[in-house]
Design a binder for this molecule. Structure first.
Ligand SMILES: [Zn+2]
Length: 302
């Protein structure tokens, strides 16, 4: 009997060693990969934060210490919905110009995969809507369409005009594009003529992404407010409609940034922490679409 117990214990210990080894190896590989990505693309901090939030049970971020002191502005109360709406985040929709650059893959969905995803939404009865419509649904000004979903594209890259917009047009899908106004017209970005052309179609609403893609939490209150008001004013004058939402660059905000966003006139803000939107408020979650996802993975996330 004693021998049998010893044997069982021996087997148990032998079984745990490869499991522990696999966990440690996996942790090391993921960690070193994330570090490589963050060095290459500042924006990909998003992917790190998203996956971190995803793995954590307390995914919803809490306010971080304010960068400077200003009179407290009450944040608008959350407008709650009774169900969750996926807000998808895309950056590049393009083929990787440098296949050696594997870090870019985490920020990029190929045109083929993107088209397959839109095809999936279409054949499964999803309705892509604007953030303004999402606001109207949650504030009960309108009823929700079948399977509402919000497609968002960060940074205003040129491939939004050349690749995404024609596909959206084919599916007659609405989308939201977050624009850093100071980068428009420079290399890799759309120009104002292209943005106005898309805006006039009514298929895409352009929303705020600051002037210089600044980390707002690293600025003073006045600097953060200026980044948001200047970009909001520029976008409104270019598109001719009110700009009501902001995506915080890198997904980073704190209570002071959110107060400044409220003062700037935004009714909602989106971060990059993982989850479905269950209301309108100043740091709503999104679901970042990974270039690594097969269509089954895409379907399971929305
Ligand atoms: Zn961005």
């Amino acid at each position: 009997m004693a021998k049998k117990i010893f044997l069982i214990k021996t087997k148990w210990w032998f079984g745990i060693i490869p499991i522990l080894f696999s966990i440690l190896l996996g942790y090391y590989l993921i960690n070193s990969f994330n570090q490589k990505i963050e060095k290459t693309y500042p924006e990909s901090k998003i992917s790190y934060q998203s996956s971190h939030a995803e793995a954590s049970s307390s995914a919803k971020p809490t306010a971080t210490p304010a960068a400077s002191i200003k009179p407290v502005v009450n944040l608008p109360p959350k407008i709650s919905g009774s169900f969750g709406v996926p807000i998808l985040t895309y950056h590049f929709v393009a083929n990787n110009p440098n296949p050696q650059d594997i870090a870019r893959d985490s920020l990029e969905v190929t045109p083929d995969k993107f088209e397959a995803q839109m095809d999936y939404l279409s054949s499964h009865g999803y309705t892509p809507i604007s953030l303004d419509t999402l606001f109207a649904i949650f504030s009960k000004q309108t009823s929700a369409p079948a399977k509402p979903i919000v497609l968002t594209f960060d940074d205003g890259y040129i491939d939004f005009y050349t690749t995404v917009y024609p596909i959206l047009t084919r599916f007659n899908f609405h989308a939201v594009s977050f624009i850093p106004t100071g980068l428009i017209g420079t290399s890799y970005y759309m120009n104002w003529g292209q943005i106005r052309e898309i805006a006039q179609s009514g298929l895409v609403t352009f929303e705020d992404h600051t002037v210089s893609h600044a980390n707002l939490a690293g600025l003073s209150y006045d600097q953060a407010l200026k980044q948001m008001t200047d970009s909001k004013n520029e976008l409104q004058s270019q598109t001719g409609y009110p700009v009501n939402f902001i995506a915080y660059p890198y997904g980073i905000s704190n209570s002071l940034v959110q107060q400044a966003a409220t003062v700037a006139g935004f009714v909602g803000g989106v971060g990059t922490w993982y989850g479905k939107a269950d209301g309108i408020y100043m740091n709503m979650p999104r679901i970042k679409v990974s270039g690594y996802w097969a269509i089954e993975e895409f379907a399971s996330r929305i």
